[in-house]
Design a protein around this ligand. Structure first.
Ligand code: HPA
Ligand code: ZN
Length: 340
C-alpha cells in the first residue's frame, strides 16, 4: 500500500470532512456563464476557456478581484441553491461525509441581493444533500475583512434570525492591512450571540498575525495558518492547545505562497503534531477539489497511509459537530483503516 495511486484511492474512499470551502469559490466557469445569461448579467468573458485562462493569480488580491467579479452572476435564491447543490454532489463523489462551507453574504447584499435569498438557497441545498447523499453540515458566515467593522456588525444582525442554521462566523478576503484587531468587537458580539468563531490568518500575513488572531479574536480554529510554521513557539502552542488549521495546499501554490506543493509545510505540520486538515478553498479557481488536494500532497510530499489516517481523524476532530458525534465519526475512520 505504498504506491501513490493506492494512497490517492485510499484518500478518496476514507470518511472525511471538508472545513475550508468558500461556496462562491465553487462557481465553475460553465455555471458562471449560464447564470450570467439566465440573469442578464454582462460579463467580460465569452467562454469557459477564456475564464480558465484568466485564472492565473499573482497573489490573494488578484484572485479576489476575479472572485468578486464572478459572484455578480449570483442573484436569486435559486442561483445559490444551484451553486451549493453542484458542490455537494461533487463533494459526495470525493467521499466527503461532512462539510462546513463558508459563504460571503456581504459580496451579495452589497449588490442588492437579499440576505435571506442567499441563506435560503444555500440551506435548501444543504438539507437536500444531507437527506439524499448523507452529507452532514454546519454553515459558516464570513465577514469581508476589507470592509468596515460596522458593516460586519450589520451583517451579524442579519444573521440573528438564522442562528439555528448558521453555526459560526469567520473572517476572509484581504488579510494584509486588515488585522484581527479591526474585528475584536464584532467577534465578541458574535460569541455572545452563541456563534462559534474561525478566521483566515497566516495566508499572506505572518506568524504574528496568526498569534494575534488567537489572542484577540479567540477563534476555535485558524483557516490556512501556514505562516505559523516559521515560529516554533507558536507551533508549540498550536500543538498544546490542539488548535486546528484548515490547510489548502493547491490554493497556497496558486496564490504564490509557495512555488510548488513540494515546498508546502503540510507534512511538517502533521509531523509536528498540529491538528492540520486538507481542504480545497476555492476549487473552481484553484484547479482542484478535495481529492485533488490530497493527490497533490501525496505525490509531492510523500504523505503516508498514517498521515492520511491522521488527516481523516483531524477533519472530524476539528469540526463543529457535537462531541458525541465526533467520537462516532472517529470510530468510523478507525474502523475504515482497520479493514483496509
Ligand atoms: N483567502 C481569503 N479570502 C478568500 C479566499 C481565500 O483564499 N477565498 C475566498 N475569500
Ligand atoms: Zn479561504
Amino acid at each position: 500500500m505504498h504506491d501513490v495511486t493506492a494512497l490517492v484511492d485510499l484518500a478518496a474512499r476514507m470518511p472525511k470532512a471538508e472545513l475550508h470551502l468558500h461556496l462562491e469559490g465553487t462557481l465553475e466557469p460553465e455555471m458562471l456563464l449560464q447564470l450570467a445569461e439566465r440573469n442578464g448579467v454582462a460579463v467580460r468573458f465569452s467562454s469557459a476557456e477564456e475564464l480558465r485562462h484568466a485564472y492565473d493569480f499573482a497573489d490573494l488580491q488578484s484572485f479576489l478581484d476575479i472572485y468578486y467579479e464572478g459572484t455578480s452572476v449570483l442573484r436569486t435564491s435559486d442561483d445559490f441553491y444551484t451553486l451549493t447543490a453542484a458542490y455537494l454532489r461533487r463533494a459526495a463523489e470525493d467521499g466527503i461525509r461532512h462539510v462546513e462551507p463558508f459563504f460571503d453574504p456581504q459580496a451579495h447584499t452589497q449588490r442588492g441581493v437579499g440576505f435571506e435569498d442567499v441563506v435560503d438557497g444555500i440551506i435548501s441545498a444543504l438539507r437536500e444533500s444531507e437527506r439524499d447523499l448523507g452529507v452532514s453540515w454546519r454553515l459558516i458566515m464570513c465577514f469581508l475583512r476589507d470592509l468596515p467593522a460596522t458593516d460586519a456588525i450589520q451583517t451579524l444582525g442579519d444573521a440573528l434570525p438564522y442562528r439555528d442554521v448558521i453555526t459560526a462566523v469567520g473572517l476572509d478576503s484581504a488579510e494584509l492591512g486588515n488585522p484581527p484587531e479591526k474585528f475584536d468587537g464584532v467577534f465578541d458580539l458574535a460569541r455572545s450571540e452563541g456563534f462559534q468563531t474561525v478566521s483566515h490568518a497566516g495566508e499572506e500575513g505572518d506568524a504574528e498575525h496568526v498569534r494575534r488572531t488567537l489572542d484577540v479574536l479567540h477563534v476555535s480554529r485558524i483557516d490556512h495558518g501556514v505562516s505559523a510554521m516559521t515560529d516554533p513557539e507558536l507551533v508549540a502552542r498550536l500543538v498544546r492547545d490542539r488548535v486546528p488549521l484548515t490547510v489548502c495546499p493547491l490554493s497556497n501554490v496558486k496564490l504564490g505562497g509557495f512555488a510548488s506543493v513540494r515546498d508546502h509545510p503540510l507534512r511538517e505540520m502533521l509531523d509536528a503534531g498540529i491538528v492540520a486538515t486538507v481542504n480545497s478553498d476555492d476549487p473552481a479557481y484553484f484547479g482542484g477539489y478535495l481529492v485533488d488536494n490530497y493527490r497533490a500532497a501525496i505525490e509531492s510530499l510523500g504523505l503516508t497511509r498514517e498521515h492520511l489516517h491522521t488527516l481523516a481523524r483531524n477533519s472530524f476532530e476539528a469540526s463543529f459537530l457535537p462531541a458525541g458525534e465526533i467520537e462516532a465519526r472517529l470510530a468510523e475512520v478507525d474502523a475504515f483503516f482497520a479493514q483496509e
